[in-house]
Ligand binder design. Structure first.
Ligand code: GCB
Length: 599
């Protein structure tokens, strides 16, 4: 687990300089970079933008599909006034595993392509001089890693990935790189929990630091007025007549933490938080004790040219589209997104189901793309996989716990839960993660079609259910869609009859739709069929009280591996990949804007 995953800030004690821009880039297909001294930096590579996935910049297929080791290198100047401070380089994401070098010295390695990690480089840097950072990255897929897949060797000697998941293996430095200078004695983390009533809210806080110290804490409202103060490493901040953070009606307070030694402030960290509670009661999802019906999307970080790079412009557009259509939530399918996404959601009052990159834990998913037919959790890779899985759950919760927008943690997408081998795996995962979130937000995973009410052996674990269902598309499609509806109702009748009194959210359903394809009467792939499929699901949702949310797949079209099931990617978006509406978006907008919040 990372020591600190606090998002970088600039103040009197902390400096944050982005190392984004052009880096030098090289493929290393035979893994000889280390022998050739690339850890010392190089200047004979390709100029590669950061943050970005390297893939779609290339015009030749070998480069776009490149699988194996690759390197980035950049020089940076470190001013003498940083001497005596803790110098760190923070990588927002490197897909999927990385080794960091500074001035030739190996600093650390990291596994996991969707979460940040920090290299402590104070002992390796030179002040008042140019320094070189190099990073060796590897983008192979394995069954014992997240997300799961295989790496194949083609007869021509090239490597290729076989992802057990349906999104392109975009690779590289997909998020910003930060050069940080922190005081030697510094705050490493903080967390909050909340009690709220109509006229009072209490923030219980807890701070960690790399030293023994005193702490002063202020809570400041949006007008800059101090709403509460406290002292000590943990304590309470009580606000009378608080303005609560509510869904689509967000209000943020700033928590300002000072680390003090001998009466002198040595560090300060401030962050925006929202005063609100989250609970599951019976089949209701409650925010501030009030029921919320989720409407929104599964999404991807995906756009043209830069692939999976975080792009503030795309995110701004996506947030506007979600507001326009009347969404109040999304799932960060199938990996934790860039921190700035959660900051947006905090400000817009949008709830997030935060998902760890545990996807592809199902051999049927592999066979969808030509794989094997066995239980995923019987595999010899499971012990190693589990270590990485729980490690990334820890880091995700550590990184995102202070966002008011985070509603719940999704610990896996569509695992194979219909076999006995899944039970010990998920028993351990749910036990080991129970205390990670001080707020104890609900934990869940998505269940796919094979994991029906009858077949899943893991229904005891989630605090609420996320169902991914595709009648009308992957089965009972086209003219047979009425049978798809009947099947869905039959399954939901079983849920209803059972003693499971927990909310069910439909976290995926949809139809691939080619924008501009119109047909009367509808056929699959036409804009008309996408609307008919959504209408069918909505009729079903409206018939069952315990369904507490609808998140069709996907907000926008996105890139996948090529194959006979995909025409230039997955087209189940309500919006195109360039974020323009399909006809179904107008249909959904009407429905969602009519539904009350607690529908
Ligand atoms: C799923 C997966 C998602 C796919 C989707 C589809 O069940 O969770 O990653 O993209 O189906 O469209 O096939």
């Amino acid at each position: 687990m990372e020591d600190s995953l606090l998002y970088p800030v600039i103040n009197n004690y902390r400096s944050d300089q982005k190392l984004d821009g052009l880096w030098n880039f090289k493929f290393d297909p035979t893994s000889v970079g280390g022998q050739k001294g690339w850890q010392n930096g190089f200047s004979d590579g390709i100029e590669m933008p950061v943050p970005a996935s390297f893939n779609d910049f290339f015009t030749d297929k070998d480069a776009r599909e490149y699988t194996g080791d690759f390197w980035y290198s950049k020089s940076f100047f470190l001013p003498t006034y940083f001497e005596g401070q803790d110098i760190q380089i923070r990588f927002g994401a490197a897909t999927h595993r990385a080794v960091v070098f500074v001035n030739g010295q190996e600093i650390r390695s990291h596994e996991g392509g969707f979460l940040p990690f920090t290299a402590e480089v104070s002992d390796a840097v030179k002040f008042g001089k140019e320094n070189v950072v190099s990073i060796k990255i590897n983008n192979e897929l394995h069954r014992d890693a997240l997300p799961a897949g295989d790496t194949l060797k083609l007869k021509n000697g090239k490597r290729a990935v076989n992802p057990f998941f349906d999104f392109y293996n975009y690779s590289g430095l997909n998020r910003s790189v930060h050069l940080l200078a922190l005081p030697k004695d510094h705050i490493t983390d903080y967390s909050t929990t909340y009690d709220v009533s109509d006229d009072q809210a209490t923030v219980h806080y807890n701070i960690t630091a790399n030293t023994e110290a005193d702490f002063k804490v202020n809570l400041v409202d949006e007008n800059g007025k101090v709403a509460a103060t406290s002292e000590g490493q943990s304590g309470d901040l009580t606000v009378t007549n608080p303005i609560l953070w509510n869904v689509r009606d967000a209000h943020l307070y700033t928590i300002m933490i000072d680390l003090v030694k001998d009466g002198q402030t040595l560090d300060e960290y401030s962050d925006e938080i929202g005063l609100r509670t989250i609970e599951i009661k019976g089949h209701e999802i409650l925010v501030n004790h009030k029921s919320v019906y989720l409407r929104g999307f599964g999404r991807h970080e995906d756009s043209i040219y830069a692939g999976r790079a975080f792009d503030l412009n795309v995110e701004r557009r996506d947030m506007n589209l979600m507001k326009w259509i009347g969404a109040n939530s999304f799932r960060s399918s199938h990996y934790p997104y860039d921190e700035q996404v959660y900051k947006f959601a905090d400000r817009e009052g949008i709830l997030v189901i935060d998902e760890v990159p545990a996807v592809g834990f199902k051999m049927a998913a592999a066979s969808f793309l030509g794989g094997l037919d066995q239980s995923f959790f019987d595999g010899e890779w499971v012990t190693e996989l589990y270590k990485k899985h729980i490690d990334q759950v820890r880091d995700m919760i550590k990184r995102d716990k202070n966002h008011p927008s985070v509603l719940a943690w999704s610990l896996c997408n569509e695992p194979d839960t219909s076999t006995d081998a899944a039970v010990p795996y998920f028993t351990k995962l749910f036990n080991d993660s129970v205390n990670l979130d001080p707020e104890k937000r609900p934990r869940t995973f998505t269940l796919n079609e094979d994991d029906t009410f009858e077949k899943s052996k893991c229904k005891q674990f989630p605090d609420f259910f996320l169902l991914n269902r595709y009648p009308g598309w992957y089965h009972k499609w086209g003219y047979e869609i009425s049978d798809g509806e009947a099947g869905l109702r039959a399954e939901l009748d079983e849920w209803k009859k059972s003693d499971i009194d927990k909310p069910v959210v439909f976290s995926e359903y949809g139809a691939d739709t080619e924008p501009g394809l119109h047909k009367l009467p509808s056929i699959m792939w036409s804009e008309e069929y996408q609307i008919e499929l959504l209408e069918m699901f909505n009729r079903v949702f409206d018939s069952y009280d315990f369904i507490r949310g609808e998140q069709p797949w996907n907000l926008a079209d996105f890139q996948t591996v090529e194959g006979n099931m995909r025409v230039n990617g997955n087209k189940k978006g309500l919006f195109t990949r360039d974020r323009q509406p399909k006809a179904a978006a107008f249909y959904l907008r009407k429905r969602w804007n009519k539904l009350p919040l607690n529908y």
